[in-house]
Design a protein around this ligand. Structure first.
Ligand SMILES: NC(=O)c1ccc[n+]([C@@H]2O[C@H](COP(=O)([O-])OP(=O)(O)OC[C@H]3O[C@@H](n4cnc5c(N)ncnc54)[C@H](O)[C@@H]3O)[C@@H](O)[C@H]2O)c1
Length: 311
């Protein structure tokens, strides 16, 4: 009966993972979250008897130790973080505090018999890349922004705890992920929300920045496959979408699919943090996802069927 701790379990990706994990009745899941950007409604604890929610700040030692010392866990998914481009740029001190969270979590994991820690890192560690597609080993980690530095240093902590204490890890480097439970801090949800209200859709700069988008089911399936098959032990894997699209084309696609009257408005470019291009090398992820990924149009249509969190 695997006992699984998911930090950030009331957030978009963490709660989606918790829901899928809970469908296997043997799994005992604790979703832990401070509810800073997450929401209790996203945790399907009422629907599944094997999910428990605990409000807890992972950056606070006593709070986290209280949870991890009172009940042992076999596996930990550390997804809690300050997120969102604008929020992380505006709150760099808060972002850097997340280094306390990973340290606490790793010390407590090694001392309480956790078998492996799975970590939500980010494509942001690659920074403004000159190497495409971005490969886990070959592409340099190039960013100086606090959010990326925290993810990069957290990866270093995971490797260090494995080297010194044998605590196993898997690092997921998530690229832009989207889905129905996502908050409006992220581009797809924000654009859909604006489009459904026929409000202007604001782009930073010319909108020629490119991204790939990964539907939440692909993210969760890939991560669960790594977990179940014990793949990528003490290793890193990109988890993202394959098809590169400009942000302007994303806005046009959403306007078309929602039959919206929204206009596209160009704001000044962000001073930092808005990379010109992002495209993952997905050779490793393909070992995890044995079906075709969800296309962007299909993913957007799925969000339109459930707009609870974006309207
Ligand atoms: N969504 C993406 O496109 C994307 C891309 C790259 C990486 N990530 C990473 O994936 C993870 C999940 O992100 P998400 O998109 O679900 O965002 P989210 O904001 O929905 O989830 C993050 C959750 O962490 C919680 N949290 C924040 N600080 C906490 C703390 N100190 N203690 C306890 N809980 C805390 C928040 O309340 C929230 O519920 C994050 O680590 C993020 O950096 C996400």
């Amino acid at each position: 009966m695997p006992r699984i701790l998911i930090t950030g379990g009331a957030g978009f990706i963490g709660s989606s993972l918790a829901e899928r994990m809970a469908q296997e009745k043997d799994n005992q899941i604790v979703a832990l979250d401070d509810l800073s950007t997450g929401s209790i409604e996203k945790v399907p604890a009422a629907r599944y008897g094997n999910i428990k929610f605990i409000k807890c700040n992972v950056n606070n030692w006593r709070d986290l130790a209280g949870v991890m010392c009172s009940q042992p866990f076999d596996y930990v998914f550390h997804y809690a973080a300050v997120v969102g481009v604008q929020r992380t740029l505006d709150n760099p001190v808060k972002v850097l505090n997340d280094l306390s969270g990973i340290r606490h979590l790793l010390f407590l994991s090694k001392n309480t018999g956790v078998k492996r820690v799975y970590f939500a890192s980010s494509s942001e560690v690659y920074g403004e890349s000159v190497h495409f597609p971005q490969h886990e080993e070959v592409t340099p980690l190039n960013s100086r922004l606090p959010y990326a530095i925290v993810k990069n240093a957290s990866e270093a902590y995971l490797k260090a705890f494995y080297t010194e204490y044998g605590l196993e890890y898997t690092i997921f480097r998530f690229f832009n992920t989207y889905g129905p439970k996502q908050s409006k801090d992220f581009v797809v949800s924000r654009f859909i929300s604006r489009a459904l209200k026929n409000q202007p859709i604001e782009l930073y700069g010319d909108g020629k920045q490119t991204r790939t988008f990964c539907y939440i089911d692909d993210n969760v399936d890939a991560c669960i496959s790594a977990f179940k098959n014990k793949l990528f032990a003490n290793d890193v894997v990109n988890v993202g979408g394959a098809d590169e699209i400009t942000i302007a084309d994303l806005a046009r696609t959403i306007i078309r699919l929602t039959k919206s009257r929204s206009r596209i408005v160009h704001n000044a470019p962000l001073k930092e943090g808005d990379m010109t291009r992002r495209k993952p090398d997905l050779a490793r992820m393909k070992k995890l996802l044995s079906r075709k990924p969800v296309t962007l149009e299909t993913g957007i249509k799925k969000i339109l069927e459930d707009t609870r969190y974006i309207l």
